[in-house]
Each structure stands twice: as C-alpha cells, then as structure tokens.
Design a protein around this ligand. Structure first.
Ligand SMILES: NC(=O)C1=CN([C@@H]2O[C@H](COP(=O)(O)OP(=O)(O)OC[C@H]3O[C@@H](n4cnc5c(N)ncnc54)[C@H](OP(=O)(O)O)[C@@H]3O)[C@@H](O)[C@H]2O)[C@@H](O)CC1
Ligand SMILES: Nc1ncnc2c1ncn2[C@@H]1O[C@H](COP(=O)(O)OP(=O)(O)O)[C@@H](O)[C@H]1O
Length: 486
C-alpha cells in the first residue's frame, strides 16, 4: 500500500522541524537527494562531468532546493546554470551556487541536457504558465511539477511534463491523481526526516500484492459456492454485448459461478461465449452478490429488472454493484433500503454519470459539483459517497474509490487505451467479483475491494495495450493473464 498526503499536510509536518531551526538542513537534505536523482538521469544518457544542467528557479523554497541541488551538481563537474523565473531567488541557495562556481542566466542554455523544474512546489497558488522548454530535454521536477496543485492533482494553467519527480518527505496527493500524476512521470520518494510528523494519509493506492490478495486463488478445499457466485443483471435486446463483457471479466477473475439474468438475445450471446454461465430470465438462484446496470437501458423493463435485483439484495443482505444505466434508474429509497439491510453497495460512475447522479439524487450538493468533479475527483467522489452513504468508485484516468467517512483509494494502472466502449462493463464485473468472492467472509473493506478491481482492470488494460490497439473484450481476456502472472 502506498500513501499520499496533501501538500498542506506535508507543510504542517515540516513545521516542527522548521521551529527547531532545522529548515536549512532540511532543504540541503532534500536538494542532495534531488542532485542524486539528477546524476542518475545524466548517467543513463551520458557523462555527468562536463554536461550542462539548467534549473528554472522560482522565488520560494522550491527554487531554494533547485539552487542547492545545482551547487552539489557543480561540485560533480556539472556546468550548473540557474534560470530565475521571478524577481528574486532563495538567498542562501543562490550563495551556495555561486560559491560552488555555478552561474545565473536569463535563458536555458542551448547545450543543456537536463532541466530541473524548481519553480513551484507545495507553496503554489493557482495556475502558472511555464516558459518555453527545449524539445527533448530531460526534465526532473523538484518535489512536484510546477503548476500541479499538490492537494488535488489539478493543473489549472500550464505544466512542464517531467520524466522524473523527486519528491520530499511524502508523496503528495497531487502526484497520484489525474493531471498531476500524468505530469510527474516516474516518482521517487526520498526521506528528509519529517516522516514522524505526518498524520493519516489523504489517499492510498493498492500495490500488486494488495490487489492480488483480493483475487486470491482458491483454497485447496474450496467448492464453487465458497469461491463466490455472482449474479449479473446486464444487457438488453438493444445492448446485449454488455452482458457478455460483464460475465467475461467476472469469469476471468476466478469465481465459483456466474449466474446471468436477462432477455433471451443477451442470454444466448452470453451462453455462446461462456456455456458455463447459468442463464435465465429471473433472479432466482444462489448468487452471493449482484451487479446491475451495464447495457440495461432506461425503459420500464430495465426499471423492473433493477427493482427485482435490489429486492433480492435487500432480502439476502447481498452486496450490489450499480453501474451505467442503473445509475440513472436507482432511487434514493432503493439505496436507503439496501443500506438498512446491511448490503455492501458500490456505485461505479464515470465523471458524467456522477454529475447526473448527484443532480438527480442529492441536489443539495449539486451546485458547482460538475466543476469539482473535473478539478478534484477525489473530493467529488468523497462528497458523493458521504451524501449517498455508499462507496463510490469514480472512473477516469485515475480511478478513485471513496467510502463515506473519507477512506479513499486511487489507482492509476491503466492508460488512455482503456477509453474504449465496454471497458467500464468489464470493470463493473470485476468490482462485483471482488464483492462476491469475499461474501463468504474476509476482512477487506469495501473501498479496498473496489480499488483491487481497478488495479486488476488497469493492469489488464496495460497488458492488452502491449499488443496494440484493442477493444473491451481483450481487457476481459487479459484479466486472466494478469492473474496467471502472480
Ligand atoms: N519548508 C521547508 O523547510 C522545506 C521545503 N521544501 C521545499 O519547499 C517547497 C515549498 O516552498 P515554499 O513554501 O517557499 O513554496 P514554493 O512552492 O516554492 O512557492 C512559493 C513561491 O512561489 C510564488 N508563487 C506561488 N504561486 C505562484 C504562481 N501560481 N505563479 C507564480 N509564482 C507563484 C510565491 O510568490 P508570492 O505569490 O508569495 O509572491 C512564492 O514566492 C516544497 O515544495 C519543497 O520543494 C524542501 O526544501 C524541504 C524543506
Ligand atoms: N484516459 C484514461 N486513462 C486511463 N483509464 C481510462 C481513461 N479513460 C477511461 N479510462 C477507463 O476506462 C473505463 C471506461 O469506463 P466507461 O466510461 O464506463 O466505459 P463504458 O461505459 O463504455 O464501458 C474506466 O475504467 C476508466 O477508468
């Protein structure tokens, strides 16, 4: 498990160290680690001594870090050049650079092979427009790429995309969410001594082993009813394929049984693809969790199919995943009955679906919610989870799983190749599979199960993408191979 903290929390953790008069020492420690990261990058491309490294230097302590790092690099024989972006620079850092023999210039030298982005760190407020940067130059960001909001990952103005970000003391939330995660490139976390002062993380991310534990292989004495039985209410005459995608991904994740409830045309497709699925038109059976929504449509038939699944879950206190069409149909009354029955409920909207859902079900928080969802998906998912009192998995380049009460996980495994019709259906099948598998016991919390499914989905997406452009069926197939390569 990886943990990240808001920029504000990291600044708060620094303050006892600053109060103890250790500010300069902290900065030198950070800068030293930054310089080590830069040397490693230089070595991977050519010689260190004699190469030119420039730093864009802002007016605050982020610029101070960059100046100190340049001074250390100068001592390794690097031609170190500070390029100020404001009307002042960190005085002690500038003095260190000058004493080491570095220089200040008004533009990035033509022979620079590497650029340190030391303009803005956790003290940045609002958007920023970067100066032109030579094409192809290696960029190492100091603490976080300038222009990224350390608390949210939002990039309100411009940003210089980094190859590497060396971040100090703790991962910032902005480095693991959305545009910030994209801008940061590879992220290296270095200790600087503030770690004991960090409180609870803002968000966390599951790593491979955490996610695989949720999709563990069967125990030697398991039987099919102990491995999880999933009920699938998806697909319609109009959108039959969604039913196949949900069943395919769920089966590939390793379940005891998948039961399909839906119209004949969709059932026939499901059975052709997977004869092992138990298919029928109704919900009766042994399902231990349900997923409802993909390809359901919005007509009366869809409504009554959803209502039937909700009643089944309420009666049996079964977990339920609501996705796609179901997000436009589910009522507040149904959600409250599910909660009162003790059902685990996970909603899996993308940004547009979440905004519509909030508009329809919780108008109290709808004002400005669309902008919030764009700028700060973590806050949006949290607010919706809190208002609806269920777990919300918000899809996008970062997948956010938020529980009422604040527990939030973010996953970034898949790339934009996943933005193709039907991959969301596969994810819904995987989230529901995680719930069905654990319905026989286990102590993993619901948002962790949702995040494990997002990890599996994203990793399978990347695996599928390695073979070229793909459609959603390939994601379902790649799920199996992702779990094989344990
Ligand atoms: N604390 C410590 O001991 C340690 C801190 N460390 C390092 O310090 C960093 C935090 O430093 P920080 O607090 O000085 O803030 P920082 O990110 O440099 O920016 C503030 C400056 O930028 C300016 N500015 C703001 N927004 C702007 C905008 N949109 N566009 C343009 N300018 C803008 C703002 O100017 P102002 O608006 O106030 O005139 C102010 O001068 C942290 O990320 C880490 O790298 C490490 O060394 C470890 C020890
Ligand atoms: N730019 C992106 N980077 C990474 N993953 C993405 C990106 N865009 C979409 N995805 C993922 O692709 C899936 C799309 O789901 P969804 O929009 O529900 O598609 P559909 O309804 O067609 O099945 C989600 O899991 C989402 O997180």
């Amino acid at each position: 498990m990886i943990h990240a903290y808001t920029g504000d929390a990291v600044r708060a953790a620094e303050s006892p160290v600053l109060r103890a008069g250790q500010g300069e020492a902290l900065m030198r420690r950070a800068a030293w680690k930054l310089a080590i990261g830069v040397v490693r990058e230089l070595r991977s491309h050519g010689p260190v001594a004699g190469s030119t490294v420039a730093a864009l230097v802002g007016t605050g302590n982020n610029g101070g870090d960059a100046l100190w790092a340049l001074s250390f690099l100068r001592r390794r024989g690097v031609n170190a050049v500070a390029v100020p972006t404001g009307d002042r620079m960190h005085e002690v850092g500038l003095d260190a650079l000058r004493r080491a023999g570095g220089r200040v210039a008004d533009r990035i030298p033509d022979d620079a092979v590497l650029l340190i982005d030391g303009v803005l760190g956790t003290g940045a407020r609002g958007g920023w427009e970067p100066p032109p940067v030579p094409a192809g130059i290696t960029v190492v960001a100091c603490d976080l790429p300038s222009g990224v909001d350390a608390n949210t990952g939002e990039v309100a103005g411009g940003v210089i995309l980094a190859d590497l970000t060396v971040t100090f003391g703790a991962l910032k939330t902005g480095l693991v969410v959305g545009a910030g995660a994209h801008a940061a490139g590879r992220v290296e976390l270095v200790d600087i001594g503030i770690e004991p002062y960090l409180g609870e993380p803002d968000v966390s991310s599951l790593e491979r082993d955490d996610a695989l534990a949720v999709f563990a292989p069967p125990a030697w004495d398991d039987h099919k009813y102990r491995r999880g039985v999933l009920g699938v209410c998806a697909g319609s005459e109009q959108y039959p394929g969604a039913a196949v995608l949900v069943c395919s991904s769920a089966l590939a994740s390793g379940l005891g049984m998948v039961q399909y409830a839906g119209p004949q045309r969709a059932a026939n497709l499901v059975l052709t693809a997977h004869p092992e699925v138990v298919a029928g038109s109704g919900v009766e059976g042994k399902a231990q969790a349900w997923v409802a929504g993909p390809g359901l449509g919005s007509d009366e038939d869809a409504q009554s199919r959803l209502a039937e699944v909700v009643e089944t879950c309420v009666d049996g206190a079964l977990p339920l995943v609501l996705d796609a069409s179901a997000l436009g149909l589910v009522t507040l009354d149904q959600l409250s009955r599910l909660r009162n029955a003790g059902c685990e409920v996970v909603l899996t909207p993308h940004q547009g679906e979440l905004v519509k859902l909030v508009d329809r079900l919780v108008p109290d928080i709808a004002d400005g919610f669309a902008d919030l969802a764009k700028a700060d998906p973590v806050a949006a998912a949290r607010r919706a989870a809190e208002a609806l009192a269920v777990v919300v998995l918000l899809k996008g380049s970062t997948t956010v799983s938020a529980a009422p009460g604040g527990r939030t996980l973010v996953q970034n495994e898949g790339g934009a190749e996943l933005a193709t019709a039907g991959t969301g259906d596969c994810l819904a099948g995987l989230v529901a599979s995680a719930l069905a598998r654990s319905s026989q016991g286990g102590s993993v919390a619901t948002p962790e199960k949702a995040a494990a499914a997002a990890w599996l989905h994203g990793t399978a997406g990347s695996k599928a993408a390695s073979g070229g452009p793909f459609g959603a069926s390939s994601v379902a197939r790649a799920v199996r191979h992702t779990l094989t390569a344990r």
